[in-house]
Design a protein around this ligand. Sequence first.
Ligand SMILES: C[S@@+](CC[C@H](N)C(=O)[O-])C[C@H]1O[C@@H](n2cnc3c(N)ncnc32)[C@H](O)[C@@H]1O
Length: 373
Amino acid sequence: MTFQFNFTIEDHVEDELTPPGDGALTLDPSKVSSASESQKGKQKERNCSIEQSDLCKELLWECRSMGNVAPSQDPDSSLGAANSSKDLEPHEKQPCLGVAKEHTMPKDLKKVLENKVIEVLPGLQHVNLSVVKTIWSKENFPGENIISKSLSSHSDLITGVYEGGLKIWECTFDLLAYFTKAKVQFTGKKVLDLGCGSGLLGITAFKGGAKEIHFQDYNSLVIDEVTLPNVVANSSLEDEENDVNEPDVKRCRKTKVAQELCKCHFFSGEWSEFCKLILSSEKLFVKYDLILTSETIYNPDYYTSLHQTFLRLLSKDGRVLLATKTHYFGVGGGVHLFQKFVEEKDVFETRTLEIIDEGLKRFLIEMTFKYPN
Ligand SMILES: C[S@@+](CC[C@H](N)C(=O)[O-])C[C@H]1O[C@@H](n2cnc3c(N)ncnc32)[C@H](O)[C@@H]1O
């Protein structure tokens, strides 16, 4: 089967679009666009045909040959390290969109919450996303200017560029409510919040005693500026002193909060690249007991890599809890198309856990291996 992915390479990272006024960026959730529509005349477009593969080899090869170290091989891929790339020539700063990398927790945990406004939900805290967007629409996030792009295209999704993580989507709340209602147990489990955005699903697993929690989002900025701060905001940071001068490992042993946070790992990148990173790393290699994923089946072009991710990373007796709208207008995906895709693959069975029939109809679906042995 042949898939078409649209990847976009910017001419200059400085080629920022100015947001109107100083106010917070607001996006219309009903609108989606592709990079080709929104960035005409500003960016070069590459269409990569992918046969039997989820990876655009040509683009990746080009990114590597342009001097980008594959981030998964980068020993220090923290925000701090990314910032240091400001000294590079413009073409060397170009991100290889979709390549996966692990994000390390900054040493000074309090810094993670600097310039953040915290909002409170029942039992959970999260950063105010309008503030994050306002700050980063004026600054140059290393490698990505997804905020100005989504602003200029009036869109919450720009295929292959920005995949919607700067918003808490409705189905996240459906799944959170289900966790309580169904008394979902997290204790001792290895959990993946796939397409995490704010990370509230993974954070609930973290607070519920999960053994290890991995957070994945397509965009680096989302992980660094939203997911990571949200995890820190929901830890017991305030209760403990945080000595920034101690080396990582020592600190991890020293404070309870740091010890807790060592259970959390953060990744950005496209799903098939993320799989490769996890499966190629002895340190990270893990099969998840539980994969939580909300509003990630909107684009049928991604079904192959999403299905592969479940197949490769779910433990044989594990389960996926997936929350989705019935249909995503403008992109074409939705619950029926996805279930049909899964049925045809004949690897997983799906079970509808709940239908939420208010406003836009939504579904909670469980996926388990059809033939676990
Ligand atoms: C619509 S957002 C939903 C965010 C969050 N789960 C929520 O419910 O608020 C879709 C998420 O899936 C991730 N995503 C979508 N397509 C992806 C792909 N092909 N590879 C990696 N991540 C992807 C994006 O990073 C994004 O965070």
